[in-house]
Write a protein that binds this ligand. Structure first.
Ligand SMILES: Nc1nc2c(c(=O)[nH]1)N[C@H]1C(S)=C(S)[C@@H](COP(=O)(O)O)O[C@H]1N2
Ligand SMILES: [Mo]
Length: 406
């Protein structure tokens, strides 16, 4: 979508919302009112983020929304958490028309470079919803505390992506039989200004068997700068770190990729279970290949008040890495009893699933509501915390919210 078209759409959204207001303040706007801008497309620095984001760091920029704003089945672009490992690219100087994406590496037969227009013309376009979750999502819940960004439970989102499939593009270049791993490359630099911020990859079977994407649109618009304009590699169900933003290429390696943040302990967990707080030698870590079963309560918002006798709808999402979710249960008595929620099917593999349950809390007072998902292979969420690990990855303990009945 061109910039003109984008500003036009933004204008249209602003007008239609304004039309629902009792006064036509679009033409006589008090100076104290912020102009309405629902589009995240052009946020390029921390100052642009709306107040609903909690900013953990501004350099590198890491920010997340409150959990209840993740309520829609498809996450709006202005709600999705933002994670950069290093400096952000120089967005002012990115030109989507001349952007190039290169496929190379030891295990590619014919290295090739494509413009975005060539990707669009040469390969079939796909649109799908994919869950993208940071490996460190929910880190703040680990005890003892694990170092790193203290994400709440909202470093996850499920947007609709449009682009071509990684496997179609790799096939066009020819993948040799000795291929082991992919290597993802982006335009952003390490915080020091030297070298790449991050370059991770996935086992070659994942790239060739799954519907991972090279995407140019998020939720039907250009990908917002913060989420990887103008082109992004997106692998659903795997640690968010493999979904390279501002992607400049993909390599196919004849070994496990050795790019930035591939080595332990980054995005790795201990090979053997360790006691909480225990030190682990780098040689005793293994790469996190897939995310695991988890659920999120997005309504009611935590901290709310309900009247006695009121029926509330408890609802949210559940996802399970590359698997489907088979069941979601809800408890409001600390796990003493559980009720099974109704659960939707994923719109496509690796999209998150919606669940809901109507509940009447029995008497006045304070309640915790817990949710627990179980995946298609029978794996479920622990109630307290999962296996502790030094970097605080893969926390999937039951999500808990609190409400009061008055
Ligand atoms: N180019 C680039 N891509 C990146 C990163 C980055 O720092 N640079 N961070 C990764 C990590 S760790 C995560 S969790 C996701 C976050 O995606 P989001 O900012 O769209 O939520 O992007 C991944 N892709
Ligand atoms: Mo991440």
């Amino acid at each position: 979508m061109s910039l003109d078209r984008r500003s036009f759409l933004k204008g249209a959204a602003a007008t239609s919302v304004a039309a629902m207001l009792p006064v036509n303040w679009v033409f006589a706007r008090p100076t104290s009112v912020e102009p309405l801008d629902l589009s995240a497309v052009k946020w390029s620095k921390v100052e642009h983020l709306p107040a609903h984001f909690k900013v953990l760091n501004s350099s590198p920029l890491n920010a997340f929304p409150p959990e209840h704003l993740l309520d829609p089945a498809t996450t709006p672009s202005d709600i999705a958490f933002i994670r950069w490992n290093g400096q952000m690219p120089d967005f002012d100087n990115i030109d989507a028309d001349t952007w190039e994406f290169t496929v190379d590496g030891e295990s590619i037969e014919t290295p090739k470079t494509y413009t975005i227009a060539e990707l669009k013309n040469k390969f079939k376009t796909h649109t799908q919803q994919l869950v993208l979750e940071c490996g460190g999502n929910s880190r703040e819940n680990f005890y003892p505390n694990a170092k790193g960004n203290q994400w709440s439970n909202s470093a996850v989102f499920c947007a609709e992506w449009t682009g071509v499939l990684v496997k179609d593009v790799l096939a066009d270049c020819g993948v040799k039989s000795d291929a082991v791993y992919t290597a993802h490359y982006g335009a952003d630099k390490h915080i020091s200004g030297k070298g790449a911020a991050i370059s991770r990859g996935v086992p070659i079977a994942a790239a060739m068997n799954e519907n991972a994407m090279i995407a140019w649109a998020m939720n039907g618009e250009d990908i917002p700068y913060m989420h990887g304009y103008p082109l992004r590699i997106v692998f659903g169900g795997r640690p968010g770190s493999v979904s390279q933003k501002c992607a400049t290429g993909i390599g196919v390696r004849d070994r496990v990729h050795d790019g930035k943040k591939m080595a332990a302990p980054a995005y790795q967990v201990p090979k053997n279970p360790v006691a909480p707080g225990e030190k682990v030698a780098n040689k005793d870590f293994k790469i996190i290949e897939e995310m695991i079963v988890k659920s999120l309560i997005t309504a009611p918002a935590t901290g709310g008040e309900i009247s006695l006798g009121e029926e509330i709808e408890v609802r949210g999402h559940a996802w399970a890495g590359t698997r489907d979710v088979a069941k979601v249960e809800v408890s409001y008595d600390y796990g003493t009893t559980w009720q099974t929620a109704s659960l939707s099917k994923p719109v496509n593999p690796m999209a998150w699933q919606q669940w809901q349950l109507k509940v009447k809390l029995p008497q006045v007072g304070y309640y915790e509501i817990w949710a627990r998902a179980t995946d298609s292979k029978g794996d479920s969420q622990p109630m307290v915390q999962p296996q502790w690990n030094p970097k605080g990855y893969l926390f999937n303990g039951c999500h808990r919210i609190a409400v009061r009945v008055a």
